[in-house]
Design a binder for this molecule. Structure first.
Ligand code: FE2
Length: 277
């Protein structure tokens, strides 16, 4: 199967969350994630910082509408659209004003996925942290993997496999970064977390200082993931969405898929295993 999404060099451009109090959530992203905040004419809130954007619509807490990927160029986008058509995914008009020539499809859990072309935008200032990956929660990781890898041409980088041989986690990429989309086995469906890539450890330190100054506590980490080998901290927004700031994420040129045992090995800075609560 052709790696169409990888050939298109797709990267996470933005995502849309739902919230019962979108204005309050947007203000949190504005302050915590160093974004400007603007109410759009259709009532959605648009939060934008340097290489990071989030849309927030009225809805339920932790509701998730879509992730939106930008392709490297128009040819890559056209190939992806043709692939979506040939896979009978019924590409439709995109529900986002932030990408050009965009189309959207739905994954088997009902999560929207948008592909389009990024346009030049005036970027704000702030700590380094481009939006980098989206991680879904699902009852059936294989089904989600079959959709993104099998139908859209993401490539699987790593899987976490449980004792019975079932897939607990799948990490998939749409460019050279270890994962731009991941999926966790869960008792719920939707968004597990989204992540910003700070690049290097010192910048995570600066983000952690920035969070501490706002009394935003770290929910998990600092630590280093096994799959992807990235350093991380996690915080939580007022609706309960988890936000990751990551660094040193593995870059993959070409290598076989790796399988990791269940109970992801995550080390804290002192070498002790730490598990997410
Ligand atoms: Fe992550």
């Amino acid at each position: 199967m052709a790696p169409t999404a990888v050939r298109a060099g797709a990267f996470v451009h933005h995502l849309q969350l739902q919230s019962p109090r979108p204005e309050k959530l947007a203000a949190f992203y504005g302050d915590a994630m160093q974004m400007s905040v603007e109410k759009l004419a259709d009532g959605r809130w648009h939060c934008a910082g340097p290489q990071r954007q989030v849309l927030i619509a009225q809805g339920q807490a932790r509701g998730f509408d879509f992730s939106a990927f930008a392709c490297r160029d128009a040819d890559g986008l056209a190939e992806l659209r043709a692939r979506a058509k040939s896979e009978r995914l019924d590409p439709a008009a995109a529900p986002s004003p932030l990408l050009d020539q965009a189309f959207s499809v739905r994954d088997p859990d009902g999560n929207g996925v948008v592909f389009g072309l990024a346009r030049e935008t005036r970027e704000g200032r702030g700590l380094r942290g481009p939006l980098q990956h989206v991680t879904l929660a699902t009852f059936d990781v294989q089904r989600i993997e079959d959709f993104y890898a099998g139908k859209l041409g993401f490539l699987v980088s790593d899987r976490v496999v449980n004792d019975k041989g079932g897939i607990a986690t799948s990490f998939m990429r749409s460019n050279h970064e270890h994962h731009t989309l991941a999926c966790f086995l869960s008792s719920r469906q939707g968004l597990d977390h989204h992540s910003y890539e700070a690049g290097e450890w010192n910048v995570i330190r600066d983000w952690a200082d920035h969070f501490a100054a706002r009394d935003i506590r770290l929910m998990w980490g600092p630590g280093r993931h096994g799959p992807g080998n990235n350093l991380f901290v996690f915080i939580e927004d007022p609706d309960g969405n988890w936000i990751e700031v990551s660094a040193e994420l593995e870059v993959i040129r070409d290598r076989p898929v790796k399988h990791w045992p269940h109970g992801e090995r995550t080390l804290n800075l002192w070498g002790n295993a730490i598990m997410r609560s």
